[in-house]
Unconditional design. Structure first.
Length: 202
């Protein structure tokens, strides 16, 4: 499988800032719009964030789903703050963990004034789950721009891709062309991803 060279177009300095433990916790420094990366546990949020900023390990990629328990904030140049949201749907999470996740994430997604858009990550190999649909309904309440981003495109053959994209689009009642296909491994979709984030923060 062909791996694309890293794109330098739109490359901006990036750094980890802090982890928020409350949905209303302020971010020190100059106020910037916030773009959230959200999706199921193990959908590839950290990998996608690294793809977006063009760095291999800005965000740590964990082999343990559900490990992220806070809103991890990264500064992307002077453009925005990228916020890695704890993943939902972690089957081993206990009742207390699920309740804490809901309080943190629901509060952030529905009430955060600086939130300007959401990159909603979905695994291209699977149709949206019950948890995915519930999170989609939560996003709809806020009525802010949402871009469905399909991850792990390198995990399926080209011949199956169109059918997978079409199935997810039907489940979301969306135009297949509105879904962005990406692969952190091959760097597919890197420039389109950057363009999408920049469009959230004109």
């Amino acid at each position: 499988m062909k791996v694309q060279a890293p794109s330098t177009r739109g490359l901006l300095p990036s750094e980890y800032l802090l982890s928020l433990v409350r949905p209303d916790q302020p971010i020190p420094g100059d106020p910037l719009p916030e773009i959230a990366l959200a999706g199921r546990a193990n959908v590839g949020k950290s990998s996608l964030l690294n793809l977006l900023v063009g760095r291999k390990a800005l965000a740590r990629v964990s082999a343990t789903p559900g490990k992220t328990r806070a809103l991890n904030v990264f500064r992307w140049g002077d453009v925005c703050h990228l916020v890695d949201v704890p993943g939902y749907g972690w089957s081993k999470a206990g009742h207390a963990d699920r309740a804490a996740w809901r309080k943190l994430v629901d509060g952030y997604v529905t009430e955060r004034p600086a939130l300007r858009g959401v990159l909603w990550l979905l695994d291209i190999r699977h149709e949206p789950s019950v948890d995915d649909r519930a999170f989609g309904a939560l996003l709809a309440q806020r009525r802010i721009p949402v871009l469905p981003v399909l991850t792990k495109a390198d995990k399926i053959g080209r011949s199956k891709r169109d059918a997978c994209v079409a199935a997810i689009a039907r489940a979301l009642d969306a135009d297949p062309g509105s879904l962005l296909v990406t692969s952190a491994h091959t760097r597919e979709g890197q420039e389109a991803l950057r363009d999408a984030v920049l469009a959230f923060v004109p």
